[in-house]
Write a protein that binds this ligand. Structure first.
Ligand code: 5AD
Ligand code: SF4
Length: 459
């Protein structure tokens, strides 16, 4: 059996794709190793979202050269978004790579590897498909508490900064039956939480079913205790979707709602399809419909032509919403995108740094406020594993996706426990367990939490 070493960069979708690749290779009699020096095949599943992702990859390819020198028969493959984004350019700059395969070509990998082993110099496949959804491949997962399911692939939004429509092609959804079937297998394998993935996950549609139907279907699977999803686009929030979130105790009350920018002109040239006002109204609607919901976001600073005054609108939205957490990025020009073709990257790096520092300082205050507001609340926590700092404590997450650290007690990974929150920093909650957990208690805890937030007066 040939040994494969595979490394993953980028988002959860890429983690999922690596699990697909492993499954495809395993059924073609490959096995896996954690040690590059031991491998016959080294695969890098790459990301292209910002230049930093590319820089990291070039450095890694430099590293791999020594394995190539030690093992002349070694096969090196570059998979995923960066391979797709750079296509021919990469070949000129990195001669240690034998195989280039974009995100829709993974079923051809065994054949491509064999061709290279048989003497072919290079193998490429950059074809993007309107249909490939890998529904017929069951991912090879590391056993654990949390599993991912890609429910749709690709993106048709064409936000002007974003490379994803070019690296992952057109939007396509899997059938509800295939997603629910995969969730049933996950539950049978002991997973407790499913995260539904898609580049625009709430645009999911298949044979008359929508994303709300899909969430209800997955939440109905015995053994699955929590359903999450990422990432939605603010354009697709029908009442039914929020209603289902509010009513179904297994669907977690957390929404990652990417803002990107707060100024109307900037949003327009990003092609985000909403204004500052629309976004704020959507936040109100979400908070009024899904009690106790937690919100996180993504922000880009320094999009071409963004002025200091326009950037103030981003800060203004952050102040008005007070997100629970936020990821912030300096604009990074990406090959192929509309912004790349239309605009110079004209906000200098110092200015981007100055803006990101402001976003970061503001968000730290908001995250701390939001987390401190949880002190004394009793929350349901799903235990994921040992805490980062010490093996003596567990780390778990609340329904709202906040990290909680607690003493180990006699609990196990995968247990759902009731935790009273006793302390908070901007990133972490600390708590003590006050008991185990049954479904009915869980509903009570959700309502306790809502009462505490003043959302169910007198409940
Ligand atoms: N530059 C900076 N950030 C970007 N993102 C996507 N494309 C770019 C880019 N060209 C950010 C967005 C998105 C997150 C996944 O990455 O905020 O929501
Ligand atoms: Fe994921 Fe986007 Fe990076 Fe591709 S480019 S791996 S879709 S984050």
């Amino acid at each position: 059996m040939k040994k494969v070493f595979i490394e993953t960069y980028g988002c959860q979708m890429n983690e999922y794709d690596t699990e697909l690749v492993k499954s495809i290779l395993k059924s073609n009699e490959y096995e896996f190793t954690q040690n590059e020096a031991d491998a016959d095949v080294i695969l890098m599943n790459t990301c292209a979202i910002r230049e930093g992702a590319h820089t990291k990859m070039y450095a890694r390819l430099g590293d791999l050269k020594r394995f190539r020198q030690e093992n002349k028969k070694l096969v090196v493959g570059l998979l995923g978004c960066m391979a797709q984004n750079l296509r021919g350019d990469l070949e000129r700059s990195e001669n240690i790579v034998d195989i280039y395969a974009g995100p829709d070509s993974y079923k051809r990998l065994p054949e491509m590897i064999e061709s290279v082993r048989a003497g072919s110099k290079k193998e490429y496949d950059f074809s993007l498909s309107e249909f490939e959804d890998y529904s017929d491949v069951y991912p090879e997962r590391v056993p654990g508490v949390k599993g991912w399911i890609a429910v749709m692939r690709g993106c048709d939004n064409f936000c002007t900064f974003c490379v994803v429509p070019y690296t992952r092609g057109r939007e396509r959804s899997r059938t509800l039956e295939s997603v629910v079937g995969e969730a049933e297998k996950l539950a049978a394998d002991g997973f407790k939480q499913v995260t539904l993935l898609g580049q625009n996950v709430n645009s999911y549609k298949s044979n008359g079913t929508d994303f709300a139907d899909l969430m209800v279907g997955v939440a109905g699977v015995d053994g699955i205790e929590r359903v999450r999803f990422t990432s939605p686009h603010p354009k697709d929030f029908p009442d039914k979707f929020l209603q289902v979130m509010a009513e179904n105790p297994k669907i977690c009350s957390h929404i990652h709602l990417p803002l990107q920018a707060g100024n109307d002109r900037v949003l327009e040239i990003m092609s985000r399809s909403y204004t500052k006002h629309d976004f704020l109204r959507l936040v109100d609607k979400i908070r009024n419909t899904v009690p106790g919901v937690k919100l996180s976001t993504d922000v880009i600073v320094g999009f071409p032509t963004e002025t200091d005054e326009e950037f103030e609108d981003t800060l203004d939205v952050l102040r008005q919403v007070e997100f629970d957490s936020a990821f912030m990025f300096k604009y990074s020009q990406r090959k192929d995108t509309i912004a790349y073709r239309k605009y110079a990257d004209d906000v200098c790096d110092d200015k981007k740094t100055e803006r990101i520092v402001k976003v970061n300082e503001l968000q730290k205050v908001h995250s701390l406020n939001r987390n401190q507001a949880e002190i004394r609340a009793e929350l349901a926590v799903l235990i994921e594993g040992p805490s980062k700092r010490t093996d003596e404590q567990w780390m778990g997450r609340t329904d709202g996706n906040k990290v909680v650290v607690l003493d180990k007690g006699d609990f196990q990974k995968g247990d759902m426990v009731c935790v009273e929150i006793t302390g908070a920093t901007a990133n972490t909650l600390f708590g003590k367990h006050v008991g185990r957990f049954a479904d009915r208690q869980r509903a009570n805890i959700k309502s306790n939490q809502r009462e505490k937030n003043g959302e169910i007066p007198g409940a």
